[in-house]
Design a protein around this ligand. Structure first.
Ligand code: ATP
Ligand code: AH0
Length: 401
């Protein structure tokens, strides 16, 4: 047996593993690194986040990735060059972070890497009958594994599509295994660039679980701030939006899109929700002359109202449902107020801290859970193909030497 396989086999059999979860999301703000101690598998999964940090990307990284990110046309050489470059960069970031934490790489069983999404193209978006759902994450895991010196499990989304899903949201798997409660119905809401949610009934019945993207979280707001309030990258604490007034005409135009008429589950990305989407809505509503502050106030209202609508839709008929939020959006007080004000059945929105997971770390932890399932799972299956949750094991393995 090859020593790599043997080492992995021993890791898979361990009662407790150290897994580093990595997430680089659509906001391009930084690489989230969560050092997790994971034990058990399936519904018996336990995770303790021992360390967490976000290594911010510098402007050079953002500029390079933005040249290809969510673009229908770009330089293919650039994509080819970025793929190993990002893998290596993520490997360096992990190695430096481990050194700063005083954790030897030999102690880590595996890295679980999401990579960098550069294009997401579900059928409902590309509408080309000859093609299925598709998504592309770069930041090759062989480069990451060799640079960090740690076996890496990566590229989780392809298997999801191969088995009938849209490649997202994958959060549902970790949400179901880790956050299911038999005492309350739960909605796990994540607000990054894109917002998504998972509904977890207290029956724990996998057939009633579902998960879906909702629409924009911060992505259009971030793009607007980056264009008109540079060098700011986002509207910290909604300082800009709070100075504006919502335009009801623009809001109505923003909310009027085929994506919102689709039922759950569905996925999307900044390929749809971007500054062109805003410009088209402004043209339709004749609101091109709004101040930047009013546009920002309307954009945050748009995200908040559509998120609330999705929460209301999936909590319809339920008297007891608790919402736990995560992702960068939890730090936007205006966004949180708008969501709560538009969810008449909710008295509060908690965040995942109250369930033991730092809301900024949640997606990185998710990938650590998926890697744990790849190594040690499979004994209790979970899935619901009709709801876009195929019952499969995800991830490809890259050895470090
Ligand atoms: N203090 C704050 N005030 C307002 N917004 C904030 C604050 N902190 C973070 N954000 C928002 O959160 C975003 C980052 O969120 P997050 O890291 O969850 O996104 P992501 O993981 O890249 O996206 P996705 O989950 O869609 O892939 C920032 O770009 C910003 O818009
Ligand atoms: C293709 C892609 O990267 N999608 C992301 C994105 O960011 C949020 C939302 O859109 C979600 O569907 C997904 O990420 C999370 C981690 C998921 O798969 O659950």
């Amino acid at each position: 047996m090859h020593q790599h396989i043997e080492k992995l086999y021993l890791s898979a059999k361990k009662e407790r593993k150290l897994i580093i979860g990595l997430m680089s999301g659509t906001s391009l703000d930084g690489l989230d690194i969560a050092l997790c101690e994971v034990s058990g598998q399936g519904m018996d999964t336990h995770v303790e986040v021992l360390k967490f940090t976000t290594v911010d990307y510098d402007d050079d990284y953002k500029m390079r990735v933005k040249r290809v990110f969510a673009k229908r046309e770009c330089d293919l050489e650039e994509v080819t060059l970025l793929n190993p470059w990002i893998g290596q960069l993520h490997g360096e970031m992990v190695a430096k972070t481990l050194a700063s934490w005083g954790v030897a790489k030999e102690l880590v069983d595996v890295i679980a890497s999401h990579g960098q999404t550069i294009y997401h193209s579900p059928k409902n978006q590309h509408k080309r009958v000859e093609y299925g759902n598709a998504t592309l994450q770069i930041g090759d895991s062989d480069h990451l594994a060799v640079t960090a010196g740690i076996t890496t499990i990566a590229d989780f989304r392809q298997k999801h599509i191969a088995a009938g899903g849209e490649g997202a949201p994958l959060a549902v798997y970790g949400d179901y295994l880790y956050f299911t409660s038999t005492s309350e119905n739960r909605i796990l809401l994540n607000m990054g660039g894109i917002a998504n949610l998972t509904y977890l009934p207290k029956s724990a019945d996998a057939r009633a679980v579902f998960s879906s993207d909702i629409g924009p979280g911060n992505t259009i707001m971030d793009a607007y701030v980056q264009r008109y309030f540079a060098p700011l990258h986002y509207d910290k604490d909604a300082a800009i939006a709070a100075k504006g007034t919502v335009s009801e005409d623009l809001l109505a135009a923003l909310c009027d899109d085929a994506f919102f008429a689709l039922g759950f589950p569905k996925t999307t990305g900044p390929e749809v929700f971007n500054l062109d989407y805003l410009a088209a809505a402004q043209a339709r509503s004749n609101t091109q002359d709004l101040s930047h502050f009013d546009v920002m106030a309307t954009l945050v209202q748009f995200s908040g109202v559509m998120i609330a609508k999705a929460i209301n839709q999936c909590s319809e008929g339920l008297t007891d449902v608790a919402v736990y939020a995560s992702g960068g959006g939890v730090h936007n007080p205006l966004l949180m107020d708008i969501i709560l004000a538009n969810c008449s059945t909710l008295s509060e929105i908690k965040n995942t801290d109250s369930l033991g997971i730092n809301p900024d770390a949640k997606e990185a932890v998710l990938f650590a859970i998926l890697a744990n399932e790849c190594l040690s799972g499979g004994q209790q299956r979970f899935g619901n193909t009709e709801q876009g949750i195929p019952d499969i094991t995800m991830g490809k393995i890259s050895f470090s030497d």
